[in-house]
Design a binder for this molecule. Structure first.
Ligand code: GDP
Length: 295
């Protein structure tokens, strides 16, 4: 995960990790390298620039150069700022409501269906919940089948109405079914398209309005870099979602999405997907992620 970024940051910090005297020029050079590493990781230009400006201000405020270990202190400031940029504290998931209603949104291929299964599995095993998965993709029968396969794998019931072409209807019927049968979490998997389009947005906005979810989650493929951030913005403008799920972090992602998304949409990353299997889900902790990035 983020190997390239980690390597570049490590290189940027090289001079600070030595034992020689550190000068203002060294600090400026290091921050220039840090900014370049962030840009290479597909972090938006303004975010990268603001980031290094904040680090510099903090370093000056703390008189870094006069301390005993200026290099270590500067690296700590970078780590703290990186943590802050990614959201500060872990966000957690809102499990209020009986049943708790969770709406999944995102583009086709982002990993929505897979993550719906992972979340159901996580809530069943770790939070003692009885979840119901709901297939609301009215366009692709294969998507409905896929959710049934996932449900079977993890032992979670899947609600679907293959003949019904009204997503709002299906979602509402599923909630009735959940209430009548003792399910305390309802996870609604919706239709995604390959790109943001008006029809998809209207449909999910209608479902959102009709079922008033306790959590609306936006799922995004971390491999898509700045596109991920733009898509997040489009969905957030329409749904005002509660949190982001960053998938495919097990791949060779550059890190831009993880680092930028919070500051663009001001919504926390809540979970990450780290593989295709049902247990490849982790709560997102900004400080642990910053540790991983900085090595
Ligand atoms: P959807 O169209 O948004 O429902 O996306 P899917 O859940 O069908 O996922 C698309 C593809 O990405 C599938 O082949 C999944 O197995 C794969 N996938 C989903 N999440 C992850 C992940 O965290 N890591 C990896 N490596 N693959 C994933």
């Amino acid at each position: 995960m983020f190997n390239n970024l980690s390597e570049k940051l490590d290189k940027a910090f090289h001079i600070l990790k030595g034992h020689g005297k550190i000068t203002e020029v060294n600090v400026a050079d290091t921050l220039k390298e840090v900014r370049r590493a962030l840009l290479d990781a597909d972090v938006n230009f303004k975010i990268a620039k603001d980031f290094t400006t904040r680090v510099k201000e903090k370093a000056m405020g703390q008189d870094v150069l006069t301390t005993l270990q200026p290099g270590q202190l500067l690296i700590k400031i970078v780590k703290d700022e990186l943590t802050e940029l990614m959201g500060g504290d872990a966000a957690g998931i809102n499990l209020s409501g009986n049943p708790t209603i969770i709406l999944m949104s995102g583009l086709q291929g982002s990993g929505k269906t897979t993550f719906s299964g992972k979340l159901a599995n996580f809530l069943k095993d770790k939070k003692n919940k009885k979840p119901l998965l709901v297939a609301c993709d009215i366009y692709r029968p294969a998507a409905i089948n896929q959710l049934h396969v996932v449900g079977e794998q993890i032992g979670v019931e899947v609600y679907s109405e293959p003949e019904n072409k009204n997503a709002v209807d299906i979602a509402q019927n599923a909630i009735k079914h959940a209430k009548a049968n003792g399910f305390n979490v309802v996870i609604v998997d919706t239709a995604g398209r390959l790109a943001v389009d008006e029809e998809m947005m209207t449909e999910i906005a209608n479902v959102h309005k009709a079922i008033t979810p306790n959590e609306t989650l936006f799922v995004v493929d971390s491999m898509t870099g700045q596109d991920a951030v733009n898509t997040a913005k489009a969905f957030n403008d329409r749904l005002n979602f509660d949190g982001v799920i960053l998938t495919k972090l097990d791949g060779d992602t550059r890190g831009g999405a993880a680092i930028s998304i919070k500051s663009v949409v001001n919504k926390p990353i809540k979970f990450i997907g780290t593989g295709e299997k049902m247990d490849a889900i982790d709560v997102f902790y900004p400080d642990r992620m910053a540790d991983r990035i900085l090595g």
